[in-house]
Unconditional design. Sequence first.
Length: 134
Amino acid sequence: MYDLACSYGNGPVLLKDIARREDISEKYLSNIIIPLKGCGMVSSSRGAHGGYALAKAPDNVKIKDIIEILEGDLCLVECVGNPGICKRSPFCLSRDIWVDVKEKMDDVLNAVTLKDLVDKNKKKKYRKKGGQSK
């Protein structure tokens, strides 16, 4: 998704090109692109100039949404998302802590968009080349 965000507005991108740039398996990409396309995060086009593209602007794609599409709900313990599975849930102090952790994690992941990642990486690349970022 980061690679697609970098190419946003420049037409579709081939999975093999993303795999090469990001140093990940094309087979892996072909598996994860399916749910992203099914949820409307990614669009595809066929033909000589076909490939994949973001279906939304990078500043409208939150990292939390991507993770939840690919991984499901981000509860670290089952009773946070489903308190009914444990009779202790209403008075469990441990569960209260895990609920707080999930809320903080959700806050962080909701606050970061693909555009934020693209911008952050531009600054990192600039610094890596010996420049000073403002």
